[in-house]
Design a protein around this ligand. Structure first.
Ligand code: SF4
Length: 218
């Protein structure tokens, strides 16, 4: 049985009231095109494509990774490599339709050698906030340590936080997971990934995100 606390904050109620309104296509396209042209940090010179988003424009859940990898950079689409296929298999298990979820990254351009660039991430951060303000998902799912830290710096380490809903200091409902790449590394991490996906499935099936119910489940 999952224990939780009903949310009563005015900020969260306001966010909830606004959340199902889709952004207009032109608003979304204008932001996406700004990101695609962006040269605000040095990664703009080394990328092939800025990687903006894939998914519906009124998603129930948005999965947030840290940065594009090689395949994402080449194709301009987030999570299309091996990790992406693992994530898509999990999304299928969650029973989410193609318009009910979205996938994006904290950093929009691939860092050389896939080394996360914290300075670039600070410069890039307003794009993430603007995307989330337009998309207004009910739940954000940070994937892995770096994404969780970027979204909720005060959250527990990802190994503790994964598989348990929590609220960020900004009032966002989060359900952290390990990065799907971890599930490809060993059987042990694959089993942990599967357990956390099952926990997310049960939490969504109970409609907990609609009631803003958060708390420790284990
Ligand atoms: S990483 Fe972000 S800030 Fe840097 S160039 Fe790409 S879109 Fe612009």
């Amino acid at each position: 049985m999952r224990k939780g606390l009903a949310d009563g904050s005015a900020a969260a109620r306001a966010r909830s009231a606004r959340r199902r309104a889709s952004p207009s296509y032109s608003e979304w396209e204008s932001l996406s095109s700004e990101i695609r042209r962006c040269q605000l940090c040095p990664l703009g010179r080394t990328r092939t494509h800025a990687v903006v988003y894939r998914g519906g424009l009124s998603p129930r859940i948005v999965f947030v990774g840290e940065a594009p990898g090689r395949e994402e950079d080449l194709r301009g689409i987030p999570f299309v490599g091996r990790s992406g296929r693992r994530l898509d298999a999990a999304i299928a298990c969650l029973g989410l339709g193609e318009k009910e979820f979205g996938v994006l990254n904290v950093l929009k351009c691939r860092p050389p050698h896939n080394r996360f660039n914290a300075a670039a991430a600070r410069t890039c951060r307003p794009y993430l906030d603007r995307q989330l303000d337009l998309l207004r998902p009910q739940v954000l799912v940070p994937l892995g340590r770096t994404a969780l830290r970027a979204i909720a710096p005060n959250a527990p380490p990802v190994l503790k936080a994964a598989g348990i809903p929590l609220r960020s200091s900004e009032g966002r409902i989060l359900f952290p997971l390990l990065h799907p790449a971890a599930a490809l590394r060993s059987r042990r991490w694959a089993e942990r990934w599967d357990r956390d996906i099952a926990a997310l499935h049960d939490w969504l099936a109970a409609g907990s995100e609609k009631n803003h119910t958060v708390g420790r489940s284990r």
